[in-house]
Design a protein around this ligand. Sequence first.
Ligand code: MG
Length: 274
Amino acid sequence: MTARSMRSLQASKPLWHKLQHNFAMIQLKSPADIEAMREAGRVSAKALRKTGELVRPGISTAELDRFAENLIRMEGGIPAFLGYNGFAGSICSSINDQIVHGIPSPAVILREGDIISIDTGAIVGGWVGDNAATFAVGEIAPSTRRLLEVTEACMWAGLDAARPGKRLGDIGHAIQSIAEAAGFGVVREYVGHGIGRQMHEDPNVPNFGDKGKGLRLKPGMVLAIEPMINLGTEKTAGPFQDGWAVYTADGAPSAHFEKTVAITKDGPLILTAE
Ligand code: MG
Protein backbone atom coordinates (compact mmCIF):
# COMPACT_ATOMS: atom_id res chain seq x y z
CA MET A 1 0.00 0.00 0.00
CA THR A 2 1.38 3.40 -0.88
CA ALA A 3 1.80 6.21 1.60
CA ARG A 4 -0.71 8.16 -0.40
CA SER A 5 -3.41 5.50 -0.24
CA MET A 6 -2.82 5.10 3.49
CA ARG A 7 -3.37 8.81 3.85
CA SER A 8 -6.52 8.55 1.80
CA LEU A 9 -7.83 5.79 4.04
CA GLN A 10 -7.11 7.92 7.06
CA ALA A 11 -8.88 10.92 5.60
CA SER A 12 -12.54 11.06 6.50
CA LYS A 13 -13.35 12.50 3.08
CA PRO A 14 -12.15 10.73 -0.03
CA LEU A 15 -9.15 11.86 -1.99
CA TRP A 16 -10.73 9.87 -4.79
CA HIS A 17 -9.90 11.67 -8.05
CA LYS A 18 -8.96 14.80 -6.10
CA LEU A 19 -5.99 16.57 -7.64
CA GLN A 20 -2.84 16.11 -5.56
CA HIS A 21 0.71 17.08 -6.40
CA ASN A 22 2.64 13.99 -5.49
CA PHE A 23 4.63 11.98 -7.98
CA ALA A 24 6.70 10.26 -5.32
CA MET A 25 5.48 6.68 -5.22
CA ILE A 26 5.00 5.37 -8.73
CA GLN A 27 4.82 1.58 -8.82
CA LEU A 28 6.12 0.26 -12.15
CA LYS A 29 4.49 -2.97 -13.34
CA SER A 30 6.35 -5.86 -14.92
CA PRO A 31 5.08 -7.42 -18.17
CA ALA A 32 3.64 -10.27 -16.04
CA ASP A 33 1.87 -7.74 -13.79
CA ILE A 34 0.39 -6.04 -16.84
CA GLU A 35 -0.77 -9.38 -18.21
CA ALA A 36 -2.47 -10.12 -14.88
CA MET A 37 -4.11 -6.68 -14.89
CA ARG A 38 -5.81 -7.49 -18.20
CA GLU A 39 -8.24 -9.79 -16.42
CA ALA A 40 -9.30 -7.07 -13.98
CA GLY A 41 -9.58 -4.78 -16.98
CA ARG A 42 -11.67 -7.27 -18.93
CA VAL A 43 -14.16 -7.67 -16.10
CA SER A 44 -14.34 -3.91 -15.61
CA ALA A 45 -14.93 -3.37 -19.32
CA LYS A 46 -17.59 -6.05 -19.55
CA ALA A 47 -19.40 -4.59 -16.55
CA LEU A 48 -19.36 -1.16 -18.15
CA ARG A 49 -20.55 -2.35 -21.55
CA LYS A 50 -23.31 -4.61 -20.27
CA THR A 51 -24.53 -2.11 -17.68
CA GLY A 52 -24.55 0.58 -20.37
CA GLU A 53 -26.78 -1.64 -22.50
CA LEU A 54 -29.44 -1.47 -19.77
CA VAL A 55 -29.60 2.33 -19.81
CA ARG A 56 -33.14 3.39 -20.76
CA PRO A 57 -35.90 5.64 -19.46
CA GLY A 58 -37.52 4.20 -16.32
CA ILE A 59 -34.59 2.22 -14.91
CA SER A 60 -33.13 3.26 -11.56
CA THR A 61 -29.46 3.68 -10.88
CA ALA A 62 -29.83 1.12 -8.06
CA GLU A 63 -30.93 -1.46 -10.65
CA LEU A 64 -27.88 -0.66 -12.77
CA ASP A 65 -25.71 -1.00 -9.68
CA ARG A 66 -27.15 -4.38 -8.73
CA PHE A 67 -26.69 -5.68 -12.27
CA ALA A 68 -23.06 -4.50 -12.39
CA GLU A 69 -22.24 -5.98 -9.01
CA ASN A 70 -23.69 -9.37 -9.98
CA LEU A 71 -21.82 -9.36 -13.28
CA ILE A 72 -18.50 -8.50 -11.66
CA ARG A 73 -18.92 -11.28 -9.08
CA MET A 74 -20.06 -13.81 -11.73
CA GLU A 75 -16.87 -13.02 -13.66
CA GLY A 76 -14.76 -13.77 -10.59
CA GLY A 77 -14.13 -10.18 -9.54
CA ILE A 78 -14.83 -7.96 -6.57
CA PRO A 79 -16.46 -4.56 -7.15
CA ALA A 80 -13.59 -2.12 -6.60
CA PHE A 81 -15.73 0.83 -5.55
CA LEU A 82 -18.02 -0.88 -3.04
CA GLY A 83 -16.93 0.23 0.40
CA TYR A 84 -14.05 2.31 -0.98
CA ASN A 85 -13.72 5.09 1.60
CA GLY A 86 -17.25 4.08 2.51
CA PHE A 87 -18.78 4.41 -0.99
CA ALA A 88 -22.15 2.65 -1.04
CA GLY A 89 -22.29 1.39 -4.64
CA SER A 90 -20.50 -0.96 -6.99
CA ILE A 91 -20.75 1.68 -9.72
CA CYS A 92 -20.67 5.43 -9.75
CA SER A 93 -23.77 6.69 -11.56
CA SER A 94 -23.58 10.41 -12.26
CA ILE A 95 -26.57 12.01 -13.98
CA ASN A 96 -26.60 15.19 -16.12
CA ASP A 97 -24.80 17.92 -14.12
CA GLN A 98 -23.16 15.40 -11.81
CA ILE A 99 -19.52 15.11 -12.88
CA VAL A 100 -18.45 12.04 -10.90
CA HIS A 101 -19.21 9.93 -7.81
CA GLY A 102 -23.00 9.80 -8.05
CA ILE A 103 -24.30 7.20 -5.60
CA PRO A 104 -26.71 4.63 -7.07
CA SER A 105 -30.20 4.92 -5.62
CA PRO A 106 -33.65 3.43 -6.17
CA ALA A 107 -34.92 7.02 -6.09
CA VAL A 108 -32.88 8.07 -9.13
CA ILE A 109 -34.88 6.99 -12.19
CA LEU A 110 -33.47 7.73 -15.64
CA ARG A 111 -35.61 9.88 -17.91
CA GLU A 112 -35.62 10.47 -21.65
CA GLY A 113 -33.04 13.14 -22.46
CA ASP A 114 -30.79 12.46 -19.47
CA ILE A 115 -27.17 11.44 -19.68
CA ILE A 116 -25.58 9.05 -17.21
CA SER A 117 -21.88 8.57 -16.57
CA ILE A 118 -21.24 5.04 -15.35
CA ASP A 119 -17.90 4.18 -13.75
CA THR A 120 -17.11 0.51 -13.05
CA GLY A 121 -14.11 -1.04 -11.38
CA ALA A 122 -13.22 -4.64 -10.60
CA ILE A 123 -10.52 -6.32 -8.55
CA VAL A 124 -9.30 -9.68 -9.88
CA GLY A 125 -6.32 -11.49 -8.41
CA GLY A 126 -5.48 -8.40 -6.38
CA TRP A 127 -5.25 -6.13 -9.42
CA VAL A 128 -7.69 -3.33 -10.18
CA GLY A 129 -9.34 -2.23 -13.44
CA ASP A 130 -11.22 1.06 -13.78
CA ASN A 131 -13.24 2.51 -16.65
CA ALA A 132 -16.16 4.81 -17.36
CA ALA A 133 -18.40 6.07 -20.13
CA THR A 134 -21.31 8.45 -20.49
CA PHE A 135 -24.50 7.10 -22.04
CA ALA A 136 -27.51 8.87 -23.54
CA VAL A 137 -30.95 8.01 -22.17
CA GLY A 138 -33.07 7.94 -25.31
CA GLU A 139 -32.87 11.11 -27.40
CA ILE A 140 -30.63 13.85 -26.04
CA ALA A 141 -30.02 17.46 -27.03
CA PRO A 142 -27.57 17.90 -29.94
CA SER A 143 -25.25 20.01 -27.76
CA THR A 144 -25.12 17.21 -25.19
CA ARG A 145 -24.54 14.61 -27.91
CA ARG A 146 -21.57 16.70 -29.04
CA LEU A 147 -20.28 16.84 -25.45
CA LEU A 148 -20.27 13.03 -25.30
CA GLU A 149 -18.51 12.71 -28.66
CA VAL A 150 -15.86 15.28 -27.80
CA THR A 151 -15.20 13.83 -24.34
CA GLU A 152 -14.71 10.37 -25.81
CA ALA A 153 -12.35 11.86 -28.41
CA CYS A 154 -10.46 13.55 -25.56
CA MET A 155 -10.04 10.19 -23.87
CA TRP A 156 -8.66 8.55 -27.01
CA ALA A 157 -6.24 11.44 -27.55
CA GLY A 158 -5.04 11.09 -23.96
CA LEU A 159 -4.60 7.34 -24.37
CA ASP A 160 -2.65 7.86 -27.57
CA ALA A 161 -0.21 10.13 -25.73
CA ALA A 162 0.53 7.41 -23.15
CA ARG A 163 3.86 6.42 -24.68
CA PRO A 164 7.43 6.08 -23.42
CA GLY A 165 9.37 9.30 -23.83
CA LYS A 166 6.27 11.48 -23.67
CA ARG A 167 5.42 13.36 -20.50
CA LEU A 168 2.39 13.61 -18.29
CA GLY A 169 1.76 17.10 -19.65
CA ASP A 170 1.41 15.64 -23.15
CA ILE A 171 -1.57 13.57 -22.01
CA GLY A 172 -3.22 16.56 -20.37
CA HIS A 173 -2.44 18.82 -23.29
CA ALA A 174 -3.95 16.39 -25.80
CA ILE A 175 -7.17 16.23 -23.80
CA GLN A 176 -7.39 19.92 -22.97
CA SER A 177 -6.78 21.14 -26.50
CA ILE A 178 -9.61 19.05 -27.97
CA ALA A 179 -12.08 20.00 -25.23
CA GLU A 180 -11.30 23.69 -25.30
CA ALA A 181 -11.35 23.87 -29.11
CA ALA A 182 -14.94 22.65 -28.81
CA GLY A 183 -15.71 25.36 -26.25
CA PHE A 184 -16.07 22.99 -23.30
CA GLY A 185 -14.76 23.27 -19.74
CA VAL A 186 -12.05 20.89 -18.52
CA VAL A 187 -12.54 19.93 -14.88
CA ARG A 188 -9.38 20.83 -12.97
CA GLU A 189 -10.10 19.55 -9.48
CA TYR A 190 -10.63 15.88 -10.34
CA VAL A 191 -8.12 13.93 -12.38
CA GLY A 192 -7.00 10.50 -13.52
CA HIS A 193 -4.50 8.38 -11.63
CA GLY A 194 -2.02 5.57 -11.56
CA ILE A 195 -3.58 2.17 -10.89
CA GLY A 196 -2.38 -1.29 -9.96
CA ARG A 197 -2.87 -3.21 -6.74
CA GLN A 198 -4.46 -0.01 -5.47
CA MET A 199 -7.23 1.72 -7.36
CA HIS A 200 -5.56 5.08 -6.87
CA GLU A 201 -1.80 5.19 -7.12
CA ASP A 202 0.60 7.91 -8.11
CA PRO A 203 0.86 9.80 -10.35
CA ASN A 204 -2.15 12.03 -10.71
CA VAL A 205 -3.09 12.38 -14.35
CA PRO A 206 -4.59 15.83 -14.98
CA ASN A 207 -6.79 16.42 -18.01
CA PHE A 208 -4.90 19.64 -18.72
CA GLY A 209 -1.25 20.44 -19.09
CA ASP A 210 1.64 21.72 -21.13
CA LYS A 211 3.23 19.83 -23.98
CA GLY A 212 6.60 18.36 -23.02
CA LYS A 213 6.19 19.17 -19.33
CA GLY A 214 5.87 17.00 -16.27
CA LEU A 215 6.80 13.46 -15.38
CA ARG A 216 8.46 11.40 -18.12
CA LEU A 217 6.37 8.36 -19.04
CA LYS A 218 8.04 4.97 -18.83
CA PRO A 219 7.16 1.40 -19.76
CA GLY A 220 5.46 -0.26 -16.79
CA MET A 221 3.40 2.75 -15.76
CA VAL A 222 -0.31 1.96 -15.70
CA LEU A 223 -2.71 4.88 -15.74
CA ALA A 224 -6.45 5.51 -15.62
CA ILE A 225 -6.98 8.32 -18.11
CA GLU A 226 -10.35 9.91 -17.53
CA PRO A 227 -11.36 13.28 -18.96
CA MET A 228 -14.28 14.95 -17.18
CA ILE A 229 -15.57 17.61 -19.53
CA ASN A 230 -18.35 20.13 -18.92
CA LEU A 231 -20.67 21.70 -21.45
CA GLY A 232 -20.23 25.00 -19.59
CA THR A 233 -17.89 26.17 -16.88
CA GLU A 234 -15.02 24.00 -15.67
CA LYS A 235 -15.90 24.94 -12.11
CA THR A 236 -17.36 22.34 -9.78
CA ALA A 237 -19.74 22.37 -6.83
CA GLY A 238 -20.17 19.94 -3.97
CA PRO A 239 -20.05 17.33 -2.73
CA PHE A 240 -23.13 18.26 -0.71
CA GLN A 241 -25.24 16.24 1.72
CA ASP A 242 -24.37 12.78 0.43
CA GLY A 243 -20.66 13.53 0.72
CA TRP A 244 -19.88 12.18 -2.75
CA ALA A 245 -21.55 13.51 -5.90
CA VAL A 246 -19.66 16.36 -7.56
CA TYR A 247 -21.65 18.79 -9.74
CA THR A 248 -20.94 21.41 -12.36
CA ALA A 249 -21.10 24.89 -10.80
CA ASP A 250 -23.49 26.16 -13.50
CA GLY A 251 -25.79 23.11 -13.71
CA ALA A 252 -24.77 22.30 -17.30
CA PRO A 253 -24.18 18.65 -18.23
CA SER A 254 -20.85 16.89 -17.76
CA ALA A 255 -19.38 13.81 -19.47
CA HIS A 256 -16.76 11.31 -18.32
CA PHE A 257 -14.89 8.65 -20.30
CA GLU A 258 -12.13 6.51 -18.85
CA LYS A 259 -9.90 3.56 -19.68
CA THR A 260 -7.00 1.89 -17.89
CA VAL A 261 -3.89 1.86 -20.07
CA ALA A 262 -0.41 0.36 -19.68
CA ILE A 263 2.54 2.22 -21.14
CA THR A 264 4.67 -0.31 -23.00
CA LYS A 265 7.67 -0.03 -25.29
CA ASP A 266 5.29 -0.83 -28.14
CA GLY A 267 2.87 1.97 -27.18
CA PRO A 268 -0.36 2.22 -25.20
CA LEU A 269 -1.97 -1.10 -24.23
CA ILE A 270 -5.57 -0.68 -23.13
CA LEU A 271 -6.26 -3.02 -20.23
CA THR A 272 -9.99 -2.32 -19.82
CA ALA A 273 -10.86 -4.23 -22.97
CA GLU A 274 -12.79 -7.45 -23.59
MG1 MG B 1 -10.57 6.26 -12.20
